[in-house]
Design a protein around this ligand. Sequence first.
Ligand code: GDP
Ligand code: MG
Length: 440
Amino acid sequence: GLADRLQSTMQKIRGKGKVNEADVKEMMREVRLALLEADVNFKVVKEFVKRVSERSVGQEVLKSLTPGQQVIKVVKEELTELMGGEQSKIAVASKPPTVIMMVGLQGAGKTTTTGKLANLLRKKYNRKPLLVAADIYRPAAIKQLETLGKQLSMPVFSLGDQISPVEIAKQAIAKAKEEHHDYVLIDTAGRLHVDENLMGELKDIKELTKPDEIFLVVDAMTGQDAVNVAQSFNDQLGLTGVVLTKLDGDTRGGAALSIRSVTNTPIKFVGMGEKLDALEAFHPERMASRILGMGDVLTLIEKAQANVDEEKAKELEKKMRTATFTFDDFLEQLGQVRNMGPLDDILKMIPGANKMKGMDNLQIDDKQIGHVEAIIRSMTTHEKEHPETMNASRKKRIAKGSGRSIQEVNRLLKQFEEMKKMMKQVTNMQKGKKKGFKFP
Ligand code: GDP
Ligand code: MG
């Protein structure tokens, strides 16, 4: 799938010290194939690849310390942009009730989503919706909505299947005004495919009710078809939003990527299951992460970027090379790691970290970093710069000052010496290349 393909491509460049134009080109070829394979619209793919390429060969990426990660970040940002950037809100009519028409093909999830949306409106916005059963063609469609209404303890307006949907909608709105419902959700009929009759009826309902929102409900599993459906509904009715259902299933993600740019209609909600609370606001950024299959890693990269000062990182690197790294530098480094948040959380963001050998009994926790910091802070400036001058009475004083044991002080001193040795080896081995170091 898209995630796998993109991931393996990303993997290739992630560790790269330098990225050149040829690398970017190679990578974009893979991204392009991955997107097409995921059933993303051809024109959308072309535009997308063009934008990512331009940004990736630009200064911001090539000059950074971690160009591979920067390219991934660009891909993620552009995916987010493709799906509409900021998430959208639901309209509120200046004069209630706010009318929302639910449209879409049969089986897309209109009736279920009508129930979910009513639930959300009440729970999150404290609204009082009226559900309207305007699908008079599908057997048991009215019953289905009434059952949902019962589950929610919400009123459902219906006039059976002998009255026209337009008339049902009209009377429903009158009823809503009378009973002070602030939202009217009209569940309309669908067909197996877009046809004239269906559109004609929907246009009539639109004409009469002047809806504040027309939400197209589409099944995410249908990929490129969902995009075509969205396009024709939009051409005929003018949609205000899309609800992408069945995203809890094994979807290819292509629909989410194309719908916005093809129809210029935002995805407002996503269905994440059959239950009535399984409707979520659409977050383009989270979807991008999901598509890349690397959500938390990206958060991690961003955290690192926000908290690790590049200038300081370069300075440290130089100190490591020239072996002038002191306890003060060490403290500073610990501080930067700490800024990223609790270590437990950071480890959790690394995919597979919990499965790595020895990771479960890894002994770095925040408390321990705190202890190390306390010990270093109890040293004098001279001691920090010249740990080799440390003697028994100094160690005793430091232990007392930090509230730690002499053994702990000894251990830290030993680890620090070993770390310096290791740094020297590492930097000799790969001159110029940046390398992190282990915690004591
Ligand atoms: P309609 O014909 O458009 O009204 O579609 P329905 O609301 O009757 O839904 C068709 C089927 O899709 C039902 O079995 C629903 O339970 C199911 N469904 C709807 N939304 C979702 C969703 O977000 N996730 C899953 N897994 N199933 C859904
Ligand atoms: Mg239905």
